[in-house]
Write a protein that binds this ligand. Structure first.
Ligand SMILES: N=CN[C@@H](CCC(=O)O)C(=O)O
Ligand SMILES: [Zn+2]
Length: 400
């Protein structure tokens, strides 16, 4: 079955040339894009959808979420808005509620959150474990997530559970816990921050996970200056996330990873900015403008979680990045689509590996498309908070 989506007023492809096409069309064939170009030259297809002059862009790639959880932290949020500061220890509240939830409830909650994200235009989604924090519970979170989302990350190193010895817990994460989650996950992450894991403990976790064949990610430099960025670059992580407090050396180190692919053709470390989290924790925004100007690569992600960022709205993140972080609309949309794909190393892919590229619209890429109730993507920031998603296709299937 092929579908011609035509009469697209502005099509932001986010392809290799970052082309923006006017009066455009594309053909979705099965799960892939088979044609893209001017509407006037579009080929025939089995079916036809008239976009009515609306703007089109890739579905959002949300490369950082924590969606496998139960419980509620509204009171913590309210206390923060009344002047309390965010501390990693709040994670323990969610761990207790998550452990107490049955598989059915945990799965139902996850499915509802994924449906919310899809309704907002997200078509490719990563999520993390990290609210189980023992072998059985982390494995359960990973198993449940693997049945629902596109990419699963092992975050056993989210917090040292109360009363446990940090070194002994790190050993557990690097050994039995890693073995238990390994069948379900592609990535490993560590919260390298005061109150969570030291640089040395974080390095131990990342080294063990890399040896087990996992790709690496780091939560770093969120609550203050720290070793997270340097460590992420040292171990060749695909992304370092939060990046609120960066030194000149951190910016230089991230930029240097983009001087060229390494000998195996592997790209550098993406700096993933999480603006919804920064608003909710009243942290300074990351220096996204400075990173881009220096030549580093950035992604925007929601960091949807119950503690620091209870929203999966990528449109909200894009609007905030434009209005508060000094990005152009095009840069912000690119960071929330192609940037997220780069951070998950899904920016390329073809029939050979069965995993198509996401985050950009080009022939052969996965047919992940959203249409806005607006004539251009600029309206995402021009009309912040408005429900602009008109239609969404994920892997060629209409999901909204
Ligand atoms: N920073 C660490 N982890 C999450 C917050 C988790 C929580 O507070 O429940 C984050 O990315 O912000
Ligand atoms: Zn996070």
């Amino acid at each position: 079955m092929s579908l011609l989506v035509t009469n697209i007023g502005e099509l932001m492809t986010q392809d290799a040339d970052a082309a923006v096409l006017r009066d455009a069309a594309l053909v979705l064939e099965g799960e892939r894009i088979s044609w893209i170009g001017p509407a006037a030259r579009a080929p025939a297809a089995d079916d036809r959808y008239d976009a009515g002059g609306r703007a089109g862009l890739p579905g959002w790639v949300d490369s950082h979420t924590h969606l496998v959880f139960a419980g509620d932290r509204t009171a913590e949020f309210e206390a923060r808005m009344a002047g309390e500061t965010y501390a990693a220890g709040g994670i323990a509240t969610t761990v207790a509620a998550t452990r107490a939830a049955g598989d059915y409830d945990l799965t139902r909650l996850l499915l509802a959150r994924v449906a919310e994200a899809a309704a907002g235009g997200t078509t490719y989604l990563e999520t993390k474990t990290g609210y189980g924090l023992d072998v059985a519970q982390e494995a359960r979170s990973a198993r449940i997530a693997a049945g629902v989302v596109d990419e699963v990350t092992f975050l056993g190193a989210h917090l040292v559970p109360a009363g446990e010895d940090a070194e002994a817990y790190t050993d557990l994460v690097c050994g039995p816990m890693l073995d238990a989650v390994r069948p379900y996950v592609r990535w490993a992450d560590v919260f390298c921050e005061t109150g969570a894991f030291t640089a040395e403990q974080s390095r131990r976790v990342l080294t063990a996970c890399a040896a087990a064949g996992l790709g690496l990610r780091v939560h770093g430099n969120q609550l203050g200056p720290g070793a997270g960025v340097a460590l992420a670059v040292e171990v060749g992580a695909a992304s370092v996330d939060h990046v609120n407090h960066l030194s000149d050396a951190d910016v230089d180190a991230l930029t240097a990873t983009w001087a060229g692919p390494d000998d195996d053709g592997v790209p550098g470390t993406v700096a993933t900015c999480l603006p919804a989290c920064d608003l909710s924790t009243r942290q300074p925004f990351p220096p996204a403008r400075r990173l881009l100007d220096a030549g580093a690569r950035i992604a925007l992600a929601s960091n949807c979680n119950p503690g620091t960022s209870y929203t999966s709205s990528m449109a909200f993140c894009v609007a905030t990045a434009v209005l508060q972080m000094g990005l152009t609309v095009h840069e912000a949309v690119r960071a929330a689509t192609h940037g997220g794909a780069l951070a998950l190393r899904r920016h390329t892919g073809d029939d050979a590996d069965g995993l198509r590229a996401v985050g950009s619209l080009a022939v052969g890429h996965r047919a992940d498309l959203q249409l806005l109730d607006a004539p251009s993507a600029a309206h995402l920031a021009y009309r912040p908070g408005m429900p602009l998603v008109h239609a969404v296709w994920r892997a060629g299937t209409r999901v909204r």
